[in-house]
Ligand binder design. Sequence first.
Ligand code: HAM
Length: 435
Amino acid sequence: MIKSPRGTRDLLPPDTALWNFVEATVRDVFRAYNFHEIRTPIFESTELFARGVGEDTDIVSKEMFTWEDRGRAESDRGQSLTLRPENTAGVVRAYIEHKLWDRGLNKLFYIGPQFRRERPQKGRYRQFYQIGAEVIGPTTAGSQSPARDAEILELLATLLDRVGIKNWTLELNSVGCPADRAKFNEALRQALAPVAAKMCADCQRRAVTNPLRVFDCKVPEDQPIIDTLPTIGQFLDEDCRAHHAEVKNILDAVQIPYTENPRLVRGLDYYTRTAFEFTHGGLGAQNAILGGGRYDGLSEALGGPAAPGIGFAIGEDRLVLSLAESTDSLQSPKSIARKPDVYIAPLGAGMNSEAARVARELRRHDLAADLVIELGDESFRLKKSFEAADKLGARYILIVGENEVKADAFALKHLASGEQVTVPRGELAQRISQK
Ligand code: HAM
């Protein structure tokens, strides 16, 4: 049997109803905050991620799906391509490519699949979905303001509330600017020198190449050592401190609770200043439901103009998992999926076309335009049609037989109450749309 590749999965009904509910809800929230959708390719040049996300990150050094794409013609050069492991680098590439600075402050969102070759487990997949947003623009548009950071965090609180995620925790930190980072890396290097030999192979490498990345380590035996390392907070300059204080000041004003986590550095190299994660108890080891932060130097690292930005990405798989596990029955996929309003049952030979006519008339009728209509088959006996309608949870069954067609009026039965009426063709739409 051919199965889906390791770490990938099929999303089936009725679960897809929950996914659609989540996406419809977040689209409403994005609209309310004046964000607009952007769609970028699901593969990009490998160089984009190497330069954007960083060579020493786990994502780039071991998790990317990369291939050499050979050219098909002289004009079509071969190049290394990669399935996107995240969408921020792609958005910033698009910002540069399309000179989006002309539009001032860009408030963009995206929903789509990302790919990382990770060890699959609950809440961690090789193809997963992110709902993300980026606020990016020239400094003159206010892109560097702590007001933007706070607005993003407040938007996230609204979004999680609307979707129905309860008991989230916002963990907040500042990772400073490149100069602070250099000082911090040096301090880490010194602190790690005497102990690195006792750590995992990855940490021994990180201790030399990019000590900050030691904080990404998940090896339990290394944690006591990591707990003794200095934290970035001691190395922040005046401006970074003031920025961080103002973000917290606004969060306090709008009463968004947060906890400071001085060890939160995030697994991607582009972050500057604000870094955050929202965690949720129900998720177990993979408890980060979303992550994000500021990336004031990313555009320049990719060859663009100065374009400070801040954004986040929600792991949609994890969001849906948390919802599915919440005891709130309102969020169960079954209760969200819509059931047929009417099951049209053709009764006897030649009645498929008559039933199709009735369905067509209903579907074109303004009143009935959003009814869910299920069409049966003339080969079914009446009993089988009733069973089918019941199984689908239809509200009404509508019988289309020879007698009904002659009379131009149809038997309509309300399945829950058993009440049956004969309805003239012209009144069907109105009758069925009544709840
Ligand atoms: P990230 O922390 O790498 O950040 O990913 C964001 C979220 O995606 C995670 O918190 C998690 O919920 C979900 N996620 C990541 N990997 C997997 C996986 N293998 N399976 C399931 N879910 C996963 C970013 O991607 C940044 N681009 C976020 C950002 C946007 N920063 C600024 N703007």
